[in-house]
Design a protein around this ligand. Structure first.
Ligand code: ADP
Ligand code: MG
Length: 246
């Protein structure tokens, strides 16, 4: 059995700049992959390529063996890949629940045809997910009135809403009060267990990502510098020199 999501030789250029240069990457079913590397190393671009938000200049991306390289973002979301963004993207004037229901609509799923949750109405599923991350008490509040950390959790719920196979989180801890970061990892673990989803976690918070991930992939200048179990990567001299520091 192959990996759930695979990228082979993915190259992405912006004019003369090579943001990704022949990247091989994969995610197994139920796996939590940490993606780290210096600023500008191509982490966000890789997430964009995997979710079809960014055109790929060369290479192949497959989900469960199906080629998704040139599909539309909404199609890829419906097939099971969703993401959050480095800059929080919620609709401040809409309520928390309305934001979550919108996230379902983006994928173009019929209201009651939710993947892996056909027996639940969309509202029930939204309430269930909000409850899992401790936001159910704020369901009818305007999203704009939430704290930075709460908005991060809301984005996470929005990404979970369509019942994806892979959720990719771009800097989920940025702007989150340090005291709430431990809570965020508990919420992620709970969602991981309840929804049997794989996560790709792009992070600058090294403690957070090394604590969460089954496997770490290190990017440097658009190439994979190293990958392996967190302990292996932590003691890899090249990684220490390029990213982790002394
Ligand atoms: P990271 O997320 O690891 O910080 P990015 O994927 O955002 O890195 O960026 C990788 C490289 O691609 C950087 O040099 C960045 O400036 C460039 N880049 C990213 N997106 C664009 C874009 N839309 N247009 C031009 N250059 C971009
Ligand atoms: Mg980035």
């Amino acid at each position: 059995m192959g990996a759930l999501l695979t990228a082979e030789g993915v190259t992405c250029r912006f004019g003369g700049l090579v943001a990704l240069d022949g990247v091989d990457f994969h995610v197994d079913e139920g796996e939590i992959v940490g993606l780290i590397g210096p600023n500008g190393s191509g982490k966000s671009t890789l997430l964009s390529c995997l979710s079809a938000g960014q055109r790929v200049d060369a290479g192949r991306i497959r989900l469960s063996g199906k080629d998704i390289t040139r599909r539309r973002p909404s199609t890829v979301a419906r097939m099971g890949i969703t993401r959050t963004f480095q800059d929080a993207r919620v609709f401040g004037e809409l309520t928390v629940t309305e934001n979550v229901l919108l996230a379902r609509d983006w994928t173009g799923l019929p209201p009651f045809g939710l993947l892996r949750a056909p027996e639940r109405s969309a509202r029930d599923r939204a309430a269930m997910l909000l409850d899992l991350v401790g936001l159910c008490g704020l369901a009818e509040e305007k999203a704009g009135s939430l704290s930075g950390g709460q908005q991060r959790l809301l984005e996470l719920v929005m990404a979970m809403m369509p019942g994806p196979k892979v959720v990719m989180l771009d800097e989920a801890t940025s702007g989150v009060n340090p005291a709430l970061i431990a809570e965020l990892s508990e919420h992620l673990r709970l969602l991981h267990r309840e929804e049997n989803v794989s996560f790709v976690i792009v992070e600058h918070n090294v403690g957070f990502v090394f604590g969460m991930a089954d496997r770490i992939v290190v990017l440097q200048q658009g190439r994979v510098l190293a990958e392996g179990a967190p302990d292996e990567v932590k003691s890899n001299q090249e990684v220490i020199d390029a990213y982790l520091g002394a």
